[in-house]
Design a protein around this ligand. Structure first.
Ligand SMILES: [Zn+2]
Length: 118
């Protein structure tokens, strides 16, 4: 039997961009909405404001003027676990694409067809 190639997932952002409003669909932050702070296409993750927060314990380092303590920081969430919020229907939605007459692509809500570009 031939060895199977390891499944390498192609980098993707699933159409999600920094600054988008998304809804978290799984995990302890399920149902939360927040702004996308960053997208990591190769890991297929996003960081979402106030969601997926992880606590980091830091040691004080006076020479670098770092106070010790617990720092809360948004951790990565799988892109597949978030849905883009449509401002028109106010729900999480999957993205569709519409090609405009001039050839540019626009992201649209699959529920209502509203454009998601600002
Ligand atoms: Zn919509």
């Amino acid at each position: 039997m031939p060895l199977r190639e390891p499944i390498v997932q192609a980098p993707t952002t699933a159409g999600i961009k920094k600054g988008d409003q998304v809804r978290v669909m799984t995990g302890k932050d399920r149902g939360k909405t927040g702004r996308v702070l960053g997208v990591n296409p190769s890991k297929r993750t996003v960081t979402v404001e106030h969601a997926g927060v992880i606590k980091r314990h830091t040691k004080p380092n006076p020479s670098k003027n770092i106070k010790g303590g617990i720092v809360e920081k948004e951790g990565p969430i799988a892109i597949s676990n978030v849905l883009l919020m449509c401002p028109a229907c106010n729900k999480g939605t999957r993205l569709g694409h519409k090609v405009l007459p001039d050839g540019t692509k626009e992201r649209v809500c699959r529920r209502c067809g509203n454009t998601l570009e600002k």
